[in-house]
Design a protein around this ligand. Structure first.
Ligand code: FES
Length: 322
C-alpha cells in the first residue's frame, strides 16, 4: 500500500455550497447527541465530489469543524481510506481493476489504452480531463475487464470500446455506463442457462433427470476417481447415482426411504414427513401408536421414550388407553 500524503499544492479555503451545507446538516442530524463524528465519511465524500473528486486539506478541516472533532482524527480517516483522493485526479478519475479475473480477461489491453491516451499512472492529463490508477478487485469480476470512472462502472471492456468511452467523455458526449457489450447485469455472456435445461421444465423430462444422470463425473472434474463416485464391485452402481442408489439399497435389503420431489431434484424428506406417514399407517391399521415420539412433529422430551425399540410403548402415562 502506498503512502498517502496531502498534495503539495492546496487551495486556500474550502466551503460547502449552500445545497451541500444543507445536505450535511441533515446527515449530522441523523446521529444522537455526542455522536456527530459518525457522519465524517459521508461529509468527506460530499466534499470530495464538490471539489473535482479530490479532498484538499481545507475541506478536511471544514468537515472536522462541522462535526466538532479534532482535525487530526479527520486527517487520519482521509489518509486511511483509498476512496479519498488527496491530490487532483482530473475531471474523470479512472480506476482500472488489475486483479486476476480482469487480468485474464484482458485488463492489460485496457491499461495500454490508458498509458497511450491518458499518460502515466497518477498523472493528470495535460488538459485536466483524466487521471488513472490501477486498483484491486472492484467486485464486478463477472463483467471483466472493467474500470470505475468517478462513481460509475464500465464493464465488458475491449481496447476499442474503452477508447471510444474516453473519446466521448473528453468530447462531452453521452456515454453508455455499465456493460459495453449490452449485458443488463452479470448474466452469462452467451445467454441464460437454467437447471430446466438439464432436468426439463417439469423436473422429469430433461436429459439429467433421475437415472439418466451421469453416474461418473466428467474426466476433468475434480471428483473424477473419488471413492464416492466409483461403482461398487457387487452391483456396478454408483452410491451417488439417483435411481441406481435406490437399486443398491433394495439389493442390500436396506429400507427404501421416502423421497420428496422438489421439481428439479430428489432429496431425503424431512423427519416430520416420515413420522406423519408412519403415524397414518398405524392409525389406518388400527394399531396403537408407538408412543409420544410417533406423534407427528413431536420431539421426545426429557423423560419420554424415544423412537427406538427400547423406547417402544413409552411411559405408562403416555400409552395407557383412556
Ligand atoms: S477482478 Fe476485476 S472486478 Fe474483480
Amino acid at each position: 500500500m502506498s503512502v498517502r500524503r496531502l498534495a503539495a499544492e492546496q487551495p486556500a479555503t474550502f466551503s460547502f455550497t449552500p445545497e451541500n451545507a444543507a445536505w450535511a446538516d441533515k446527515q449530522i442530524a441523523k446521529y444522537p447527541e455526542g455522536r456527530q463524528a459518525s457522519a465524517v465519511l459521508s461529509l468527506m465524500w460530499r466534499a470530495q465530489k464538490q471539489h473535482d473528486f479530490w479532498l484538499p486539506k481545507p475541506a478536511i478541516e471544514e468537515v472536522a469543524r462541522r462535526l466538532g472533532m479534532p482535525y487530526i482524527r479527520a486527517l487520519e480517516i482521509a489518509t486511511f481510506y483509498s476512496m479519498f483522493n488527496l491530490e487532483p485526479v482530473g475531471r474523470y478519475f479512472i480506476q482500472l481493476c488489475g486483479t486476476t479475473p480482469c487480468m485474464i480477461r484482458g485488463s492489460d489491453g485496457i491499461k495500454a489504452v490508458l498509458e497511450r491516451v491518458v499518460g502515466p499512472m497518477r498523472k493528470v492529463r495535460a488538459d485536466g480531463m483524466f487521471a488513472w490508477l490501477e486498483v484491486e478487485c472492484l467486485g464486478a469480476c463477472c463483467n471483466a475487464p472493467m474500470v470505475q470512472i468517478n462513481e460509475d462502472y464500465y464493464e465488458d471492456l475491449t481496447p476499442e470500446n474503452f477508447e471510444r468511452v474516453l473519446d466521448d467523455l473528453a468530447a462531452g458526449r453521452p456515454v453508455q455506463r455499465g456493460s459495453q457489450a449490452g449485458r443488463r447485469s452479470s448474466e452469462m455472456a452467451d445467454g441464460l442457462t437454467a437447471l430446466a435445461d438439464f432436468y426439463g421444465r417439469d423436473g422429469r423430462s430433461g436429459p439429467g433427470h433421475d437415472g439418466a444422470m451421469p453416474s461418473e463425473p466428467h474426466p476433468d472434474s475434480p471428483h473424477h476417481g473419488d471413492q464416492t463416485h466409483e461403482r461398487t464391485e457387487a452391483n456396478g452402481v454408483s452410491p451417488n447415482d439417483g435411481l441406481a442408489h435406490r437399486e443398491l439399497r433394495q439389493s442390500e435389503n436396506v429400507a427404501e426411504p421416502d423421497y420428496v420431489d422438489v421439481g428439479t431434484r430428489r432429496t431425503e424428506p424431512a423427519i416430520s414427513d416420515v413420522q406423519h406417514k408412519r403415524h397414518d399407517a398405524q392409525v389406518a391399521a388400527g394399531g396403537e401408536r408407538d408412543g409420544p415420539s410417533a406423534k407427528p412433529g413431536h420431539e421426545p422430551e426429557h423423560g419420554e421414550a424415544g423412537d427406538d425399540e427400547a423406547g417402544r410403548g413409552g411411559t405408562a402415562a403416555h400409552t395407557e388407553k383412556p
